[in-house]
Structure formats: C-alpha cells, structure tokens
Design a protein around this ligand. Structure first.
Ligand code: ASP
Ligand code: MG
Length: 418
C-alpha cells in the first residue's frame, strides 16, 4: 500500500482533479488523502465567523458561493451539467447545521470543527464520484469514523491505537484497491467531529501510512519539492533533493510550509519514506525525506509571520526560571498558546508565540497571577539553519531585531514584521 496526499491547491479546479486521476491511475493499492478544494477552508472559516457574530445571512451567502463553485467544478469535470447527490446532501446538511447552532463562546472550537470539516467531505465525494465514473473504482472512507482523536477541537492529535483497527477494517477485505479519505478531520471519543489544525491533511496521510504499514507516502504539491527557503520571500531559493526526518521536523516546526509539523513522527516511527512531489510533472523526482540522508549543505531560511512577542515578569521579583516557569507555561497551555522561542533573564521571560484568539485572555490571567506583561504584535520569527557570518550580519543586526538567539548551527531572530 502507498499513501498519496493531494492538497487544496492541487485540486482547486477540474483540471487539477483530472491530473489527480492521471497520477492515481498508475497505482493499485493506494490510499488517497485529499484536502478541501482551493480556498474552501478559508471560506468555511468565514461561515463560522458569521455564526460567531450571529450573522446568519453572511454565513448562508458563503455557503451558497461554495455550493456554486463546487457545482461549477463538477460540471466542468463531466463536460455537462451533473449532480452528485452526496454533495448536494452535504451542503443541505451544512446549511441546516448553521441555522440550528445555539452559539456560545465556550463552544467556539466545537462549532468551528463541525463547520470547516465540510470542505474535505465535499472534495472527497466529488473526487470519488469522478474516479468511479471514469473507470477507477474506489471506496470513499468517512475518516470521522476511522480516525479517533483526543477530545479536543480545532487542533486535535490522533489516537493511533484506537484508530488502527477502525481504519484497517475499512481497508482489509474491501473489493476496491483504491481508497479516498478526507485529510484534516477525525472524530472525538464523544462522537463529535474534530480537525487536526490548519494544513493538517499531511498529518492525516502520515497517520494512514502508519496504520496501514505503507511502503511510502507522497505529498503532491504545486512546488518542485522542498526548497531551502520560500521563493516568494527569498528569491534565490534552491532545491533540496533529500532530507532526514530530523531536519524535516525541525524545519516544519520552525514554520517552513513544506509539511505539517505533526507529519514526521508517525512516518519516522515506522521508517516510511516521505516523497514531496511536484503535482504538475510526475516525472520530476521532488524531495525524499527519510531516516538516513545526505547532509543539507546550504543554509535553510524559514520565516514565520503573525507572531506576538510577550514579556512576562513576576511583580514580586521572584526568579522566573526557578520559581515561576511551570506556572507560566501551564497557564499558556490552558489558553492553547504555543511558544516558538523562549528567552530569559533573572526576572524576565520573553516568548515568541503564534497570534491566536486567546492571547488577551491569557495576558489577563497572567496579570491576575502577579505578573507584569507586555506584548508586541505583528512580529516575525526568522530561523536560519546552517547560518553563515554573512547571513548573521544581514539578518541579525539592525533596529527591527527585537531578540536573537544563536546556537552553533541555528540562528533565530524575532523582528518587526514588514
Ligand atoms: N483544508 C485544510 C486547510 O486548508 C487542511 C489542509 O489543507 O491540509 O487547512
Ligand atoms: Mg488546504
């Protein structure tokens, strides 16, 4: 068994779906994980925002636009007007769900997941139907029933042990040799739908690969493989042919947009190689990520935007590291705030964290616990692995740099965003 994952950009229109078909048709024994088409998840986040604001008309307009854009892709695929009952049913269900929600802020994450999961449900229905119609029999899998996650919404981790028998039961003994499942979504022990965090479909694919003991996993993307930097930000980006799991996990964690950070662990645990392959040209080799690989001998630059720099200081001047650290971090964890960089002096702790819904609540709670707290929004975290003195001088100096941390191999800079 192989596992292939197709992201939203690769199935954003009918040509993308046809291209997926041509890639998939070369294989037997294949589990295909698909994301929502194009920018569907962003649109569903707006549907949720409408629910949050109590603006049902706004949510409905977004749903209607999604219904229309998916219908257009379906018509284009079949070269004539075509209805897929399962897709119509999903949009009806979503509309009803949104109309019936009695929204409370405590349930924000629960309703978020209930709504945004429709993107993947719809895309997989369309793709499964199209492949069936065009001579590629396949089985549509409802991942909400097979991928058991922890009881946590919007950013859940998968319970591999609980999921294993469920997913295997769907695959083993099936007549079909090709399976189509949703990325990004799962089900909590209480039966509600969960999601794995934005861009989480890579992680779903890795989980499927782990459970099914896949020989390999491939992520089909609209780039030539892994580059040492984002070419939109650093124009002289170069291609990397191979990477170790260790390098890949560090890169993903620092914010490189190659793969979701949680993807590597399940693959590493079963030594399954991960191929990052260009969707536009299946002859190109892309990048392979595996246990043993050649050393990367060029610097790697990763920029994480929309960061917040937080400064915390105990008002009573207790030593922050010795006496207060556990307290600060458990409070931040409670508000789901993830730190990417931590720096301390005697009585001061600086953190670079992702901007999120709960920052101001967390700061209020810290103040109530006896800390002085300051924060600056609109920051960027630049990580350079394998930096040179030239790169140090170029990026680590200058007035927009608020904080820098250097080890022998890695330089991290918090700077004002552009
Ligand atoms: N559709 C989801 C997102 O856009 C998951 C994914 O693409 O991996 O975040
Ligand atoms: Mg996506």
């Amino acid at each position: 068994m192989k596992v292939y994952k197709f992201g939203g950009a690769s199935v954003k229109n009918a040509d993308g779906v046809r291209n997926l078909r041509s890639i998939v048709s070369d294989e037997e024994n294949l589990f295909v994980i698909v994301s929502a088409m194009g920018k569907t998840t962003n649109a569903l986040e707006r549907v949720f925002a409408g629910v949050q604001k109590g603006d049902l008309a706004f949510s409905n307009a977004e749903i209607e636009a999604l219904r229309a854009s998916h219908a257009a892709i379906i018509d284009d695929l079949y070269h004539e007007p075509h209805r897929i009952e399962a897709v119509d049913a999903l949009f009806d269900e979503l509309e009803k769900l949104v109309a019936d929600i009695k929204y409370r802020d405590e349930d924000a994450e629960l309703w978020y997941d209930a709504i945004v999961s429709y993107g993947e449900l719809v895309s997989t229905r369309i793709i499964s139907d199209y492949l069936n119609h065009s001579g590629l029999p396949n089985k549509w899998i409802d991942m909400r029933r097979c991928i058991v996650t922890q009881q946590r919404h919007k950013d859940a981790s998968v319970d591999l042990e609980a999921s294993t028998p469920l997913l295997r039961a769907e695959v083993n003994g099936a007549r079909e040799k090709v399976f189509i499942g949703q990325g990004f979504i799962g089900g909590a022990p209480d039966g509600t739908t969960t999601t794995l965090g934005r861009e989480g479909s890579d992680y779903s694919a890795a989980v499927a690969a782990y459970i099914l003991d896949a020989e390999s996993m491939a992520v089909w993307k609209d780039v030539d493989g892994v580059l040492n930097a984002d070419p939109k930000i650093f124009p002289d980006a170069q291609h990397i042919a191979e990477l170790s799991y260790l390098d890949a996990i560090e890169l993903a964690y620092s914010g490189a947009q190659i793969i979701h950070p949680k993807t590597i662990k399940p693959l590493q645990n079963k030594n399954i190689p991960l191929y990052v392959r260009p969707f536009g040209d299946k002859r190109k080799p892309g990048t392979v990520i595996r246990g043993i690989s050649a050393r990367v001998d060029i610097p790697i630059l990763i920029l994480k935007r929309d960061q917040v720099l937080i400064n915390v200081r105990p008002r009573d001047f207790s030593f922050v590291l010795e006496e207060r650290l556990a307290e600060i971090f458990s409070l931040l964890a409670r508000y789901r705030i993830k730190s990417h960089l931590v720096n301390n002096s005697a009585v001061n702790l600086s953190l670079c964290v992702d901007n999120s819904w709960h920052i101001s609540e967390a700061m209020k709670a810290l103040r109530a616990d006896g800390f002085d707290v300051m924060h600056i929004e609109g920051m960027e975290l630049l990580t350079i692995r394998g930096y040179t003195t030239e790169l140090f001088d170029r990026y680590a100096l200058g007035r927009d740099v608020y904080l820098r941390q250097a080890t022998q191999s890695t330089l991290r800079i918090v700077r004002k965003g552009k």
